[in-house]
Design a protein around this ligand. Structure first.
Ligand code: 6R9
Length: 691
């Protein structure tokens, strides 16, 4: 097996790393005032005497703030000459122009000097008790050389379809080292979803493993790649690593990273890999996410701004300190994995945990067993897992020593008060702050969270609360719709709800949608000109704290995974028996939201509904991913529509939430009787399900 199983290892080891570092290291901050202990570079900022002043300045004079932070926290080979050049109304976002650096050097080589003995990665494998760590720089360099030797160039895009394992992290960093962009596709996505992302990203190289292992189950990742390849003519090569001992069929396109020991491709490579000198605004990665149309968006993040923002939020939201072990249990296939498993922690020289398993494998004590064994200091997870574990009871938590924990984090969806309280009281023994962190693939890193703030500042359960440095949220009136778009004024008072927008750019935000800048503008900057529109609604309390209320568009959030209702409808509509469909989200006690599909069959179709449901579920799993598969499918004669033919999703949502009082004004409906049929069908489905 290629993926080795040592037990500890260091950030780096090669002498080349030391040399590289010397040429990259630049500047350091000088402490002058009392805020210096908190953020050394802030000491040089005019008039900053405390944290509140620092936060204020980060917004009112964001250029000075970000310039100081960027100089202090990143290693540049050439310093930047312009802090920012942004115009939100045109979707133009540029930070630190003129600056040159290499992200992998910032994440690896430079920590040689400061913490040569520190472990970079701890891989908590699916098999309990099998943790292992690797020489991350060495692996990254070998892989960088391998990719270079096989023709991968600066500016190319490499698709990574792998489980959360050290080689996946090394693959991301190897791309960064040689100046290629990466496109990580969550290993739970189907062959069709993978193929669509490979085609859109125009990748000619893919990296995968023979098989994945999660929750004790084997998944055929290489086979999925093979299927995807049938519709990806641009792919020239597929690198295949071995996660299990089982051989897989190799084709002429495939390159075994290791097969028999003597032929290990990676071991042939030198441990020295010259880092590409990248411009701040060169692409670091694409990451696809669901929007309100059927086609996922390839959001583009660039080098310096993204890395800086991931690092700064990682340091301050979680109160990370040198030597801490940071445990974010997200999969690397999502933005949380990118920013808080890989880039943020590694840029800060942290020991970061890669979690390959599930919260309940082999039993519901898995997380806390891991916390005890790996001595995790910050634990960052999703509300869906917390809700699930809460149901299994406190004994699974209490069995393990959690005294190393200092901060608990939550991400991906709203965390309900019950789950928050349990997380705080049981997991954190009532002594660890719980930070509910709001952010998105688009924002690159955390934008709203209870910390940083004064150590004893209040934290309200289930509230993200405070904007991060440089973040300037505003709430907009959602009532006014002009030409189909939400439009409105900034709501200035507290105790109010509205569309959550950002009034100022920050370094971590996405720069564009790959190959579709117009869609980027239309989605994020056109609804409220001059502002970045998040797609979420929020409430601002009397005290000025923010609470996220959920999506305002047709995107649902299943266990923290975003999925556009249109994507699911596109698949369901491909079934020859289906005339049309409408998918909506509903409240689900564990997953946060579940998927509810209304399906209208073509005339004269005579099928068993149960058979067709199975078929449709299978299609969605196969074309998108299992998590997107509907929990309920309701067959209907017709859907409620406006006179202009638009499906009234608002009405459907109310029906599935059993909120018949809230159906609202039905006068614009083409035929109000359709709603009655839908209500009856829904009741029938529920009672069938109960019995
Ligand atoms: C990081 C991530 C983003 C969407 C976002 C919002 C929801 C994320 C949340 C939250 C309430 C939180 N979301 N964090 N809702 N409270 N703390 O999840 O990115 O996959 O792009 O999803 O998730 O709706 O717009 P992404």
């Amino acid at each position: 097996m290629w993926l080795p199983c040592g037990c500890t290892s260091k950030y780096v080891a090669s002498s080349f790393a030391r040399r590289t570092l010397a040429s990259y290291l630049h500047v350091s901050g000088r402490s002058r005032c009392n805020v210096a202990a908190f953020m050394p570079e802030a000491a040089g900022l005019e008039g900053v005497s405390g944290r509140a002043a620092l936060r204020e300045l980060s917004v009112s004079n964001s250029e000075s703030f970000w310039a100081a932070v960027a100089r202090h926290r990143l290693c540049w080979s050439t310093p930047f000459h312009t802090v920012q050049d942004c115009d939100l109304s045109r979707g133009k976002i540029k930070w630190f122009e003129g600056g040159k650096l290499n992200v992998s050097v910032n994440c690896l080589d430079r920590h040689v000097h400061t913490c040569p003995e520190r472990v970079a990665l701890i891989w908590e494998r699916d098999e309990r008790g099998w943790c292992c760590t690797d020489e991350l720089l060495e692996m990254t360099c070998r892989l960088g050389n391998l990719l270079r030797r096989h023709g991968v160039k600066r500016g190319d895009c490499v698709t990574i379809y792998m489980p959360t394992c050290p080689l996946a992290v090394a693959s991301m960093l190897a791309c960064a080292r040689i100046g290629a962009a990466h496109n990580v596709v969550f290993a739970g996505f189907s062959a069709d979803a993978l193929a669509e992302r490979i085609r859109d990203a125009q990748s000619s190289t893919v990296i995968t493993v023979n098989q994945g292992v999660r929750g004790g189950k084997v998944t055929e990742l290489k086979k999925t790649v093979d299927t995807a390849m049938q519709s990806c003519p641009t792919v020239k090569q597929v690198f295949v690593a071995m996660r299990t001992d089982n051989p897989v069929t190799m084709t002429a396109r495939d390159i075994a990273m290791e097969e028999v020991r003597e032929q290990k491709e990676m071991l042939k490579e030198d441990v020295v890999c010259e880092p590409a000198v990248m411009n701040s605004e060169d692409v670091l990665f694409l990451l696809y996410t669901s929007g309100s149309t059927g086609k996922p968006k390839g959001l583009v993040h660039t080098q310096a701004g993204y890395l800086l923002y991931a690092a700064l939020t990682h340091r301050y939201v979680f109160s990370y300190h040198d030597g801490d072990v940071f445990g974010c249990v997200a999969d690397i296939g999502w933005i949380t994995g990118h920013s808080y498993v890989v880039y943020g922690p590694l840029a800060n020289g942290a020991t970061t945990v890669l979690f390959e398993s599930t919260p309940i494998y082999p039993d519901p004590g898995r997380y806390w067993d891991m916390v005890e064994r790996l001595k995790i200091n910050q634990f960052y997870g999703a509300p869906t897992a917390i809700r699930l574990l809460l149901k299994y009871g406190d004994q699974w938590v209490n069995k393990y020593d959690r005294s190393t924990l200092k901060t608990l984090g939550s991400v991906g969806e709203p965390i309900n008060t019950e789950a928050w309280e349990w997380y705080h009281r049981v997991v954190g023994d009532g002594r660890c702050p719980v930070v509910d962190t709001w952010w998105q693939t688009e924002t690159g890193g955390i934008c709203i969270a209870p910390r940083p703030s004064d150590p004893d500042a209040e934290i309200v359960p289930g509230m993200a609360m405070r904007p991060f440095f440089g973040i300037n949220p505003v709430l907009m009136d959602t009532e006014v719709i002009v030409f189909g778009f939400l439009q409105g004024e900034v709501l200035t008072s507290n105790n109010t709800s509205g569309a959550l927008c950002m009034a100022q750019p920050w370094p971590g935000m996405a720069r564009t949608i790959h190959n579709n800048h117009q869609r980027f503008i239309d989605t994020y900057f056109q609804p409220y000109p001059g502002y970045f529109f998040t797609g979420d609604g929020a409430y601002r309390s009397e005290e000025g704290y923010y609470q996220i209320t959920g999506r305002l568009d047709d995107v649902i959030n299943v266990s923290g995974h975003r999925i556009g209702t249109a994507e699911i409808e596109d698949v369901v509509n491909q079934c020859p028996a289906v005339a049309e469909s409408a998918v909506v989200g509903y409240t689900h006690s564990i997953k946060g939201q579940g998927v509810y599909a209304f399906v209208v069959l073509k005339k004269g179709i005579d099928v068993q509904e149960a058979d067709l449901s199975r078929q449709l579920n299978g299609m969605v799993s196969e074309k998108i991913a299992k998590y997107a598969s509907p929990d309920f499918i309701q067959f209907a004669k017709r859907l409620p529509k406006t006179r202009s033919g638009k499906i009234m999703r608002r009405v459907l949502r109310k029906v599935v939430e059993s909120d018949l009082e809230g159906l609202g004004d039905l006068s614009t409906l083409d035929d109000p009787a359709a709603v009655q049929e839908i209500i009856q069908g829904h009741e029938k489905l529920l009672s069938k399900n109960r019995s």
